[in-house]
Design a protein around this ligand. Structure first.
Ligand SMILES: [Zn+2]
Length: 240
């Protein structure tokens, strides 16, 4: 099911058609596959993000599982993660009690705008679930400022819009917000579309034409790593 993939429910501004731009078109064509980011929400370079996990001690198995998966990003960025117990942090993580396969997160520094009484990220409660590490990597991708790879305007996914329109109630709006292409706005930093990105949902052919489908990638792709390195570049160490 497409809509059971990890989702980012409260994250997206309405598309602004008046703000259309082709920021990346002027750049030389690149064959490397990357990602979509939102520079206005990137964290300051070389900063430390304080990440609180509610109702957990720092050595809980749950916290260790979150840290392990989240740390997949660290070799590729110049930020540091400081995990703390409690409810005070730039990023605040709650376990989603109602579902073992969904998460959500604020995009980048949007976390700082949220009411400190509420979480900025929700992760599944079951850290032993096979998809847990994937969901942590995906939500931490949002936390770092990345958007969904499948929402790249160049993804050209042949959505069966009739089926998406029939998704009941608020799930339909959420599906549209989390599935359909982002506007070609200078607000976003579009790198080439990457179907293997950890920021790409599994797409079920039941919701597309011509049998178009994409499976989940449970590891950072070359494109994810390229995006991370470009967004938060580590200093080039002196050549000895
Ligand atoms: Zn997402």
């Amino acid at each position: 099911m497409i809509v059971t993939s990890s989702q980012s429910a409260f994250l997206y501004n309405s598309p602004s058609a008046s703000n259309e731009d082709s920021a990346d078109k002027a750049q030389p064509l690149s064959r490397s596959r990357r990602n979509i980011g939102e520079p206005a929400r990137y964290w300051p370079q070389n900063s430390t993000i304080k990440i609180a996990i509610y109702e957990c001690d720092k050595d809980d198995e749950y916290v260790l599982a979150v840290k392990k998966a989240a740390s997949e990003w660290l070799p590729h960025i110049n930020l540091k993660f400081e995990f703390v117990s409690g409810n005070e942090g730039d990023v605040r993580i709650a376990q989603n009690p109602s579902n073992d396969s969904e998460g959500n997160s604020a995009v980048g520094t949007q976390a700082l705008d949220k009411n400190p009484a509420y979480p900025t990220m929700e992760l599944p409660w079951d850290h032993k679930h096979p998809r847990f590490a994937y969901i942590v990597m995906h939500e931490f991708g949002h936390m770092l400022g990345a958007h969904h790879a499948h929402q790249h305007p160049d993804a050209d996914i042949p959505w069966d819009m009739e089926k998406i329109k029939r998704i009941p109630g608020s799930n339909k709006q959420e599906a549209e917000r989390n599935l359909l292409p982002l506007p070609r706005s200078s607000k976003y930093h579009f790198m080439p579309y990457d179907g293997e990105s950890v920021m790409h949902y599994e797409i079920d052919s039941a919701f597309t034409h011509r049998g178009w489908a994409q499976s989940e990638s449970w590891a950072l792709s070359d494109g994810d790593i390229a995006w991370a390195k470009k967004t938060y570049p580590k200093a080039i160490s002196a050549i000895s």
